[in-house]
Design a protein around this ligand. Sequence first.
Ligand SMILES: Cc1cc2nc3c(=O)[nH]c(=O)nc-3n(C[C@H](O)[C@H](O)[C@H](O)COP(=O)(O)O)c2cc1C
Length: 115
Amino acid sequence: MIIAVFSKPDYDCVIGERLYYLFDTGMATAMLILRATELGLVAHPIAGFKEERAKEILGIPDEMRLITLVIIGKHSNEINPVLSDAMKLGEKHRPPRKKLEDFVSINNFRDKFNE
Ligand SMILES: Cc1cc2nc3c(=O)[nH]c(=O)nc-3n(C[C@H](O)[C@H](O)[C@H](O)COP(=O)(O)O)c2cc1C
């Protein structure tokens, strides 16, 4: 299954140049992915698509931004041999994550830049 996630700025809070529709749609998408995971499915958001073409195929109105497609499937018993070694490893073990201290700062982010 592929879920198309789309929205437009005036569906959400606009404060000057701060448009919150992408933020809130991202949060909703995260919940969707969590729920799919809870159901034992695999869900991956992707940005690798042609927005205008996908909108045309799906009949999504022009004023909408197609933000992501969430690819949902089931784990296969066998790992596809076309995957790279890193991808194969990622299928069985959680991929490495950045350490919190690499991107979190206390009080002032500028200090982080100057480290
Ligand atoms: C904004 C965004 C765009 C992505 N676009 C693609 C994509 O076009 N193709 C793809 O194979 N994976 C894409 N991914 C990565 C997969 O969704 C990835 O499996 C997912 O982020 C889980 O990451 P993990 O394997 O590190 O847990 C994208 C991820 C994000 C956050």
